[in-house]
Design a protein around this ligand. Structure first.
Ligand code: MN
Length: 707
């Protein structure tokens, strides 16, 4: 009988019943299945459940741990779980099952998408991630049964994704064990070296640690403070990292073990710190007050390194019992101490971090960018700076005044025009340092953030908020563009937009195209989500029903006249069409492609789709006349958006050409990108238009698109 079974028996009746039935159900379902180690498969869910029991997680989480592999690996269905165990447990099992399906491939974009999924799952119910962490911990513990290649892959992925998550959620117990296990597989030599040598060193230092512990115990006794003192070796990975990062040898690392003092109150923490410093000299720069300014994962403690009587350095950590529990269990303490309500603030703050991430992830363009920002937030060490009122703001390393401004409020960021650091004016891209007092200068008249800011901001939330600003701004620009396009098109067809677009006709139109406001419709047209023709034709339809007009007005309506303007050498009477991929216009060098059963398709000679085609099916083709109208697509890349759309439209209008679609967006470099389709009937117009647009300094590039 496994120990987990015994542990279940200690639960109160109702919980015990749930846990026992989950246990038995999983045991039955996994019957006959084996792990790579040869053990029955069921030992795995049991081990995962036990980790969660030891963490103090709630009953639904433990039940879900027993059941976490049944949907994926056995005949059990989600419906079965719901029937037997209810919706809450099903949600947890389902969440873990979905996370299990994620393959953390080497492919970057995919990897990024998975990261996003983890966050979605976590935001829905953070217990899913805690169960997943326990699952991963047990898998890491039994990694030695897998092939070397899988060991490497799993350990790498654990170190990249799961240990930072455990750290950010403050569950240092799981984080430390996972890190040590990763080290064992990723750098086995270093791991072996540390195991042997640290053990020896600790032996040698054993007396020293005992001495310090005893001294501290006496100190507590004499001060009448109730507390606990113990020495604890640091985990291998943290020593390994120190040696690597600072290029130190094992001998140069003096805090192989930390001595901890656990007391009741915060006052006592400071009192003990004072008394320790009175007895032993503190090493300058090594005193850290994480009680006044907790780490981002809510870790709290006082740290100091002192020189003891024998000239040895010792790190001492002082914290309250509650801080100690929070440091060990992190977010999991929320369930462990549910009755005592000691951990609500920490819990809320940790969750608020997850919610924050979810919040800004929506406004980032792609998964890659999201993950880059997130990794920045997860891995970078932190920077603590102050507002002029003394409020502490924590930011990623190398953050700038702009990051600071957005961390205070998005409006402060958007209105930011300058900054003072320690009362001196600095540039907005200068790096902040811990301890800086930062003051943001704002102006109500500023036009908002600058594109350049995206190049230097370090925090994901600042980046997201800047992008959000531009997105909104672009919406207004798009609405203006849309109106101009509709007006022009209406005019071209002999109407005026003011006549066509009435409250009545808009109502009818919005039934069909679902716009909530005229402005939204304009923006959709401007953005290219809806075509000008679609809107204008409908409006004209409504208009004509009200005020009948002669049909000739619509004679201009055909985009393309019949294709008699092209002559295919050696053929006649064939169905001739224009390729959509390259949209040839009169004047382009063209060639006819004889398709099977679909007549002749006319391509531009340089159309990439033609390469590799059988030359026998290509026929020389010539333009035979003018007058037919064609659509040509352009891409315009420009530096700045200010008044740019108006400029482009004005240039096109000046040539008496008409726009059939326009689509503006921001690319990753922060440049404005427009895709425009224009109706024209002369090849020479294209070159002229490109020339005219290019002469503006803000334009980076203009080129013809092939589709
Ligand atoms: Mn599992």
């Amino acid at each position: 009988m496994s120990t987990v079974y015994e542990k279940i028996y200690e639960y109160p009746d109702e919980d015990r019943e749930t846990l026992l039935s989950a246990y038995r159900y999983a045991e039955m379902q996994h019957e006959g299945q084996k792990r790579a180690s040869g053990e029955p498969y069921f030992t795995h869910p049991c081990a995962v459940a036990e980790i969660l029991i030891d963490l103090g997680m709630d009953t639904p989480s433990i039940a879900a741990a027993f059941l976490h592999d049944v949907i994926e690996d056995t005949n059990a269905t989600a419906e079965d779980i719901r029937t037997y165990f209810g919706g809450e447990i099903l949600t947890l099992v389902d969440g873990v099952t979905k996370l299990d399906k994620i393959r953390y491939a080497s492919h970057e974009e995919e990897d990024a998408e998975n990261f996003r999924k983890i966050f979605v799952a976590m935001a829905n119910d953070v217990r899913v991630i805690i169960i997943k962490l326990a699952d991963r911990l047990h898998n890491m513990r039994s990694l030695n049964f897998l092939s070397n290649e899988r060991q490497q892959r799993i350990a790498k992925e654990t170190l990249e994704i799961f240990t930072p998550l455990a750290g950010r959620l403050g569950i240092s117990q799981i984080k430390c064990e996972l890190e040590d296990l990763c080290l064992k597989y990723l750098d086995p030599e270093a791991y072996e070296y540390l195991v042997t040598n640290i053990h020896q060193k600790l032996e040698q230092r054993h007396n020293m640690v005992d001495f310090v512990v005893n001294e501290l115990k006496t100190l507590l006794d004499e001060s009448g403070i109730d507390g606990e003192v113990f020495g604890r070796p640091k985990h291998f990975y943290s020593i390994y990292r120190k040696m690597k990062n600072y290029g130190k040898t094992l001998d140069q690392i003096y805090d192989l073990s930390a001595v901890r003092v656990i007391v009741e109150t915060i006052d006592e923490c400071y009192e003990v710190l004072g008394k320790i410093h009175k007895q032993w000299k503190p090493v300058p720069g090594r005193i850290k007050d994480y009680i006044a300014t907790p780490k981002r994962n809510m870790y709290q403690s006082l740290h100091t390194t002192v020189v003891t009587n024998f000239g040895q350095f010792f790190e001492i950590q002082i914290r309250t019992r509650e801080m100690h529990e929070m440091a060990e269990f992190g977010i999991a303490a929320h369930w462990k101490y549910k009755e005592q309500k000691i951990s609500e603030t920490g819990f809320d703050q940790r969750l608020s971090w997850i919610r924050d991430v979810m919040d800004w992830q929506g406004s980032l363009n792609d998964s890659k960018e999201f993950v880059d920002s997130l990794k920045n937030d997860l891995y970078s060490s932190e920077l603590l700076v102050f507002t002029p009122n003394g409020k502490v703001i924590s930011l990623p390393l190398e953050a700038t005044p702009v990051d600071f401004a957005y961390a205070i409020h998005s409006e402060v960021g958007n209105k930011c025009v300058g900054a003072k650091v320690n009362s001196r004016i600095v540039t907005l891209n200068s790096a902040l340092h811990t301890g800086d007092v930062v003051e943001i200068l704002t102006s109500p008249n500023t036009k908002g953030p600058s594109w350049d800011w995206l190049k230097f901001v370090k925090s994901g939330s600042a980046r997201a908020k800047i992008r959000q600003f531009f997105k909104k701004e672009m919406k207004e620009t798009n609405a203006k563009t849309g109106r101009t396009m509709l007006e022009a098109e209406a005019k071209r067809r002999g109407y005026s937009l003011a006549d066509l677009l009435t409250e009545e006709s808009f109502k009818k139109l919005s039934n069909k195209l679902v716009f909530s406001s005229v402005n939204e419709m304009m923006a959709s047209v401007g953005y290219g989500a809806v075509s000008v023709n679609q809107v204008i034709c409908k409006l004209i339809d409504y208009y004509k029903k009200e005020v009948p007009k002669p049909a000739e007005v619509l004679s201009n309506d055909k985009i393309r006249k019949p294709a008699s303007t092209v002559e295919i050498k050696g053929m006649s009477g064939l169905l001739v069409r224009f390729a959509h991929c390259c949209n040839p216009v009169p004047g382009d060098d063209i060639v006819g492609f004889v398709s099977r059963g679909r007549g002749v398709i006319v391509h531009r000679k340089d159309c990439p789709n033609l390469s590799g085609e059988d030359p026998e099916r290509l026929q020389p083709a010539l333009w035979t006349g003018e007058g037919a109208e064609f659509i040509a697509g352009f891409k315009i890349i420009a530096e700045d958006k200010e008044g740019l759309t108006a400029f482009i439209i004005a240039e096109i209008a000046a040539m008496h050409l008409s726009i059939t679609a326009i689509n503006g967006r921001l690319n990753k470099e922060g440049q404005a990108e427009f895709e425009i389709k224009i109706r024209l009937n002369k090849r020479s117009d294209i070159d002229l238009l490109v020339k005219r647009i290019k002469k503006d300094r803000r334009i980076i590039d203009v080129f013809r698109t092939t589709n």
